[in-house]
Design a protein around this ligand. Structure first.
Ligand code: URA
Length: 265
């Protein structure tokens, strides 16, 4: 981040923030003549630059500055909501066009959950969206196996006591039978579950809106009523809605309007 109120920052910090290496690595790169500022080789990594105006290159490759980045990802199944993982691809690795090295997912979706995930380096925004005090709405499409009681919507509204004795905040449950589900939600997924839309067999589709983010919350809420979630997709978070043109695994930068509205919300 640029110094508050000033226009300059150290070259090594600039390059470290843009994911070009550690400060030590960057100092070595500078000593070896690999870094240029405004077309001139710069060997002093602690030199101050204007991050918005300076043309910085590493090995002749331009490094563009972005203080904050915001991406909407349609998280696919099989990818983990983390910044690093030894076994699985992470959601951050899916953002091929990222500039910064400090992006992270805002909250977590389970490995087998799809849908909206915000990827950013804006810690203040993440904090506001995730703060338990703010009760930001999160809306999910859930396909469940089993039969919910007739008064399930009322039970969800009253708050559900989970298996560990904690009670959830009021949540809104509506049948998704009236919404046309895209093919991907009807057919068997990579996790081998037979899925169908509302009404077919034992599987029914629901739209659930919750206002908190307990561990595996949606799955545990349905489990408390004797049903198993076989497919889960997040549709929205606060006033940010998943762009349905994004297929699982695809992403796009947020628009200026989306960023503004998210910050205001
Ligand atoms: N609730 C869950 O059970 N899983 C998720 O991934 C998100 C919410």
């Amino acid at each position: 981040m640029a110094d508050k109120g000033g226009k300059t920052m150290r070259l090594d910090r600039f390059l470290a923030e843009m994911g070009e290496g550690t400060r030590t690595q960057i100092r070595d790169m500078a000593k070896n003549g690999r870094i240029a500022v405004n077309g001139v080789i710069e060997k002093k990594a602690d030199r101050k630059i204007d991050p918005e105006a300076a043309q910085v290159t590493v090995d002749g490759r331009p490094v563009l500055y972005a203080e904050f980045e915001y991406y909407m990802l349609n998280k696919p199944q099989g990818v983990v909501s983390a910044t690093e993982d030894r076994l699985h691809t992470t959601v951050v690795e899916l953002i091929a066009e990222r500039k910064r090295g400090d992006l992270f997912p805002v909250g977590r979706l389970d490995i087998d959950t799809e849908g909206l995930l915000l990827i950013t380096n804006d810690g203040d925004l993440a904090h506001r969206l995730l703060s338990p005090k703010r009760h930001v709405d999160k809306q999910y499409l859930a396909v469940v196996d089993g039969t919910l009681p007739a008064d399930a919507a009322w039970i969800f509204k009253e708050g559900i006591v989970l298996e560990d004795g904690t009670k959830t905040l009021p949540a809104e449950l509506v049948r998704a039978g009236d919404v046309a589900l895209p093919d991907e939600e009807r057919t068997a997924g990579p996790f081998g579950e037979a899925r169908s839309d509302s009404g077919a067999g034992d599987h029914t589709a629901w739209i659930l809106t919750i206002r908190e983010g307990k561990f595996h919350q949606v799955k545990r809420m349905f489990e408390a009523l004797g049903c198993r979630v076989t497919y889960l997709k997040r549709l929205s978070m606060g006033n940010l809605k998943l762009d349905e043109s994004l297929k699982p695994g695809e992403y796009r930068p947020l628009t200026e309007a989306e960023i503004r509205v998210l910050k205001e919300g």
